[in-house]
Design a protein around this ligand. Structure first.
Ligand code: SF4
Length: 197
């Protein structure tokens, strides 16, 4: 996916599951065939189109704002020019956009620009803190930096995907299955014993 589409798709995926954000993405692309038409979209109409993805009013506003900011800053609706920048430059450039946080920036870097970044979503944030890889007081940005430091760039993609899977299937927020977790012995979480049975 090109970087601009990845940016929009990632905004849609905030606080929802892959299945619902994919549905919202397909509905959005059916209605708005070009980024031009999406940038000109009526906010309420866009929110209706992506309603199934949750937080539709907020996401619609963020998408329209991001597209219009990009056009204002570059004179066009494309982020392909980011391919010629290094990671820090891309991160700095994207951080000018309202509503585009560290996770979204890292996803654009890793998944559509093939650059090194370690996106930390809500599952990775929880699991790495419980394991003790990331300090309990770290914010999302610090967690991304720490995970990038702890792993080799070649492993970022697979660690990212596998830790999310672990967070969804085993180390869930409310009822972690510590009793069947392969990482039990190396996990630092003080409450793990309570979830052993
Ligand atoms: S032992 Fe429990 S808290 Fe620790 S990683 Fe496994 S499931 Fe998560």
């Amino acid at each position: 996916m090109d970087p601009l589409s990845t940016l929009v798709h990632t905004i849609l995926s905030q606080n929802t599951t892959d299945i619902t954000s994919d549905r919202a993405w397909k509905a959005l692309r059916r209605k708005y065939r070009t980024m031009e038409s999406l940038a000109r979209a009526d906010r309420d109409e866009l929110a209706e189109t992506i309603r199934m993805g949750g937080l539709a009013d907020i996401k619609a506003g963020r998408i329209i704002q991001a597209l219009n900011d990009i056009r204002e800053l570059t004179g066009r609706l494309s982020l392909d020019f980011l391919r010629d920048m290094d990671e820090q430059e891309v991160d700095r450039w994207l951080s000018q956009l309202k509503g585009v946080g560290p996770k979204t920036r890292a996803i654009v870097l890793l998944f559509s620009l093939d650059k090194t970044a370690f996106p930390v979503d809500t599952h990775i944030f929880r699991v790495t803190k419980r394991l003790g890889l990331v300090s309990p007081s770290a914010d999302r940005e610090e967690a991304q930096e720490k995970m990038a430091e702890l792993s080799k760039p070649v492993d970022y993609f697979s660690y990212h995907v596998n830790i999310i899977e672990h967070g969804r299937k085993v180390c869930s927020a409310r009822r972690p299955k510590c009793y069947q977790c392969l990482l039990y012995d190396v996990c630092n979480w003080s409450e793990k014993k309570e979830h052993r049975e």
